[in-house]
Design a protein around this ligand. Structure first.
Ligand code: ZN
Ligand code: ZN
Length: 303
């Protein structure tokens, strides 16, 4: 895996190197790879405020595991269900992210045969998690989907090997769309702190973003950043270029980018800034990484 990723990165670095001298690092929140920091950013936007923003942003990313693949899948969605397995089919691994998790409350646990036992107990939710439709195709697959927030990269805490994983259970499919491969899930957690942590972090994220002057993003030109769990492994930030944007038939937008991805990165949030795109806040509302196109050696995310 590491070899394949390194090769992919080198290929991206070579390609980018021909056009611009900077950009393309992969950073893993692990000792071997180092904690994401200033030197991993391209020189034209190397600013501590950007580092803090991206590290906090990465907190919203969640590893997803789905243990059911629906018989109802059709066409491309049937084929795409094969993409993210890691030899333990039917378990499929992917990425998602909580965005505007919203107001949450304490609820009676709705999970059938919950491993917390048959006695009535509470869960907290609902947390909205965004991913791909090819990851969670319908309600049946949604009910067989779990997420894990990894607590290792909270700001102000050093990485520790004993980092906490907080799991969430998907309880329904809020929304999905074929044309842009989008699926929005509603999830609950037994962890009493996760929801309030996410709400706080979301408002902190807005604050951090507002502290970054727009000209930093202008200087960054076509910066693109993804956060995902490649192969279901530890969270990884990859940096590349936003290549181009194309409108789809349903007026969604396909964003082509060069950030390194692997199986398991489907559904990852993709932040970008591009001189091509006017009128939207740069590096704010993420697109959702969908697929890698080998013939063009390019990645596609939708928004
Ligand atoms: Zn329960
Ligand atoms: Zn890989």
């Amino acid at each position: 895996m590491a070899g394949r990723l390194r090769r992919a990165l080198r290929a991206v670095a070579d390609k980018i190197g021909k056009e611009e001298p900077v950009v393309s690092y992969t950073v893993r929140f692990e000792k071997d790879f180092g904690i994401f920091g200033l030197l991993h950013l391209p020189a034209n936007c190397r600013d501590q405020r950007v580092v803090h923003y991206l590290r906090l942003f990465s907190r919203m990313t969640v590893k997803l595991t789905t243990t059911h693949t629906s018989e109802e899948r059709e066409g491309a969605y049937k084929l795409m269900s094969l993409g993210d397995g890691v030899g333990m089919a039917p378990r499929r691994l992917a990425t998602g992210f909580a965005w505007l998790p919203g107001k949450t409350s304490e609820l009676k646990c709705p999970i059938q045969d919950c491993h917390h036992g048959p006695q009535p107990h509470s869960v907290y939710g609902y947390i909205r998690i965004i991913t791909n439709k090819h990851v969670v195709y319908n309600e049946d697959e949604a009910l067989a989907t779990q997420g894990e927030f990894w607590d290792e990269e909270v700001l102000g805490k050093a990485y520790s090997a004993s980092s906490r994983r907080i799991s969430v259970q998907c309880v329904s499919l809020e929304f999905c769309q074929e044309d842009n491969d989008a699926a929005h899930l509603w999830c609950v957690t037994h962890d009493p702190w996760l929801c309030s942590d996410l709400e706080l972090e979301m408002s902190e994220l807005r604050h951090r973003y507002s502290q970054i002057p727009l000209d930093i993003w202008e200087r960054a030109k076509s910066l693109c950043v993804t956060v995902s769990h490649p192969h279901g492994m530890r969270k990884m930030i990859t940096i590349g270029r936003h290549m181009r944007v194309v409108e789809t038939s349903s007026r969604s937008h396909a964003h082509y980018h060069s950030c390194a991805t692997c199986p398991g990165s489907s559904g990852a949030p993709v932040l970008y800034t591009s001189p091509e795109i006017q009128g939207a806040l740069p590096m704010w509302l993420p697109a959702v990484h969908s697929y890698y196109c080998p013939s063009e050696d390019i990645n596609c995310a939708f928004k």
